[in-house]
Design a protein around this ligand. Structure first.
Ligand SMILES: [Mn+2]
Length: 406
């Protein structure tokens, strides 16, 4: 479900945020397919909720969908992601209710172990590898004085033999899937890339790329991708089932359908009809009639029921020519929208005057000034500032436990 519902609005009929309803609609389509097929097993790769303590109505919406799998006798593995964990604690809190209730056929993957699952069409082994925090594998004295990359290396060294132990005890006559919530070191992140460097740790692909696995199912990264195009085994992020923010504007969203037997695997990405996000950027600073140009630009796009952000460049002396009521009217068919005017000056000036020569700013102020001028970073501003603050505060003991935006 990712990082919340900021692009939604209240549905007066249900009292729910429309983006929560979108996510639930996508989830229900996945489960429709699982039941209609029917599949033998459902794997959920983690990050069910934005945090470890979702409000009851969010819990309930999620449970009402997964319950359909239990009713259809389809075994299901719910893996614990970073968003499902408490920042300081032993994880799996928001999903552990399923284990507590002993929902038949439901397994909560909150530790690294192998589950042998009997399905309608035979047995399968699923190794669960939940989001690991530094606290899971290391003690404080071990990491004292280490750099972030040093800690990362130590974590991987610690993880490797444990995973190896699981692999050695596998039944080699039964197909095996590794289900893991992690950042693989070759995953492409788009806008979020450089954030990932300082947050959490990355797992080398070589650790996952093992002949003993028929398939490696990954959670965490929102963008769908296969990290091993030779498919021996496929190492696949299905991606999120809906868009979380504008950085995912151009990504297809969906789920993956897998056919697996010992030594054989076929998989297919199944796109879902998710709500479009669209950035419309227009430069009207040279326009005779900027209002007309804006309306013309809006007409070019299908904004019906989409999440729209309109950003236009304009000179301050043109501002009086803009009729915002008319823009609101034109954007009414959108599901939700934001409008932002970016003022440009005709005079030459440093692009960021706050950062000009002779100005002294503390690093946070400088970062804010920079971000304020980067519209493409707007969706991750909070995360960037938080990451920067953590770095400045020199609090390395928190970094692996912090929630990331993905
Ligand atoms: Mn995650």
């Amino acid at each position: 479900m990712g990082s919340g519902f900021s692009h939604g609005r209240l549905n007066p009929k249900t009292g729910l945020n429309t983006r929560l309803e979108d996510f639930m609609g996508s989830l229900s389509l996945c489960i429709d397919r699982a039941i209609a097929n029917p599949v033998d097993l459902v794997l959920f790769g983690g990050d069910a909720f934005p945090d470890a303590t979702p409000p009851p109505f969010v819990h309930e919406a999620f449970a009402s969908q997964f319950r359909r799998l239990a009713d259809a006798n389809i075994p299901t593995v719910l893996l614990v992601g970073n968003h499902d964990q408490h920042s300081h604690g032993n994880g799996g809190v928001s999903l552990s209710i399923y284990r507590t209730l002993a929902v038949p056929g439901f397994i909560v993957g909150d530790r690294l172990t192998t589950h042998r699952i009997t399905t309608r069409n035979g047995d399968i082994q699923v190794i669960t590898l939940p989001w690991l925090t530094r606290a899971t594998l290391l003690t404080r004295p071990e990491t004292e004085g280490l750099s972030l990359s040093g800690v990362n290396e130590l974590l991987i060294n610690r993880l490797e033999p444990v995973l190896e132990g699981e692999i050695r005890q596998l039944d080699t006559s039964v197909p095996t899937v590794l289900l893991a919530h992690l950042m693989a070191d070759r995953a492409s992140l788009g806008a979020e890339r450089f954030l990932a460097v300082g947050k959490g740790f990355t797992v080398p692909l070589s650790l996952l790329n093992r002949p003993q696995f028929e398939y490696v199912a990954l959670g965490h990264v929102h963008k769908h991708q296969n990290l091993n195009p030779s498919n021996d085994p496929p190492i696949v992020y299905p991606g999120s089932i809906d868009r979380v923010d504008f950085s995912e504007e151009k990504e297809d969203k969906g789920y993956v359908l897998i056919e697996v037997a010992k030594g054989e695997v076929k998989w297919e990405f199944c796109p879902l009809p998710v709500r479009p996000f669209r950035s419309i950027e227009v430069d009207v600073s040279e326009a005779e009639n900027p209002q007309k140009e804006l309306l013309k630009a809006l007409k070019k796009y299908d904004i019906q029921e989409a999440v729209i952000r309109l950003v236009y460049k304009i000179r301050s002396e043109q501002l009086e020519l803009i009729n915002t009521n008319q823009l609101d009217e034109a954007l009414k068919p959108a599901h939700s929208y934001s409008i932002r005017a970016e003022l440009i000056s005709q005079l030459t000036r440093p692009r960021l005057p706050e950062l000009g020569v002779g100005n002294q700013l503390d690093p946070m102020e400088a970062l804010k000034a920079y971000i304020d001028n980067k519209t493409d970073l707007r969706d991750i501003v909070a995360d960037m500032l938080e990451a920067a603050q953590l770095l400045l505060n020199q609090q390395p003991e928190i970094w692996t436990e912090e929630e990331t935006s993905i």
